[in-house]
Design a protein around this ligand. Structure first.
Ligand code: G3P
Ligand code: MG
Length: 249
């Protein structure tokens, strides 16, 4: 798509690669972040959780079963175990040997690749405390390259509230699959100025109300630009997609 034809689509800075460019490389790996950068994306979304020893890692699920060559729950692993985990071959043999990244490695790669990140904090039952989770995430993010922009998102309002207390400069996004009736009160209580909403739950009415209140709204996870076409004029801010190229090319 030419720049002149993109009047009703997201700007480049509002296309986020979901778990990296996860349509073409194994999700939540450095390879997926590199693929996003190669597609011209400026932002990636990534999921963060803790291993049993408190190491922050980039992974969506509570276990490594779906996205690696190993099996087991995150709570049963420690940092040293990461050397034995292949997070690439499950997706395609071309990615054999791709590591399951620590958050530290991911933050470093973001700097090298010139990417910004939407860091989604995942709450899992094995985590010892919310405090350990948010403090660990914040500590790693503080070590980012000066040019790396960060926003924090979560389905857990308490995690966002605590991140705001730790550093009020974080942009915070509340994640919902469906919009709750008390969405506005919830945002105020954090406080958060952004909603990341499952794209099937978007409505023109909500977007207009959000725009009226100065709230940004990004849609996830939408890989077909046609499905969002009617929402941009109503104020949709951005999109989180497995395949940034469909919005950028
Ligand atoms: O941030 C949007 C999206 O990542 C939320 O859902 O399950 O893919 O982490 P999930
Ligand atoms: Mg996510």
């Amino acid at each position: 798509m030419k720049e002149s034809e993109r009047s009703f689509g997201p700007s480049r800075s509002e296309v986020q690669a979901h778990r990296g460019a996860s349509a073409i490389a194994p999700e939540n790996t450095i390879a997926a972040f590199r693929a996003a950068a190669e597609q011209g994306a400026e932002w990636v979304e990534l999921d963060v959780a803790l291993l049993g020893d408190g190491t922050a890692v980039v992974i969506h699920d509570m276990s490594v079963d779906r996205c690696s060559s190993s099996t087991g729950n995150l709570g049963d692993f420690i940092a040293a175990d990461l050397e034995t985990i292949d997070a690439g071959a499950w997706f395609d043999p071309r990615f054999r040997g791709e590591p399951l990244p620590t958050l530290a490695a991911a933050v470093s790669a973001l700097g090298e690749l010139g990417l910004n990140a939407n860091v989604e904090i995942k709450q899992h039952p094995h985590h010892k405390s919310l405090e350990q989770l948010v403090k660990t995430v914040d500590e790693h993010l503080r070590a980012r390259a000066p040019q790396t922009k960060i926003m924090i998102s979560s389905f857990d309002a308490a995690a966002l509230r605590r991140m705001h207390e730790i550093d009020p400069s974080y942009e915070l996004a509340m994640l919902w699959s469906q919009l709750p009736d008390d969405w506005s009160d919830c945002l105020k209580s954090i406080p958060a100025g952004t909603v990341h909403l499952g794209y099937k739950s978007l409505s023109i009415g909500f977007l207009e109300e959000a725009a009226h209140r100065g709230i940004k709204v990004r849609a996830w996870t939408c890989n077909d630009p046609k499905l969002l076409a009617s929402f941009w004029p109503a104020g949709l801010t951005g999109v989180i997609t497995d395949d940034p190229s469909v919005y950028l090319s």
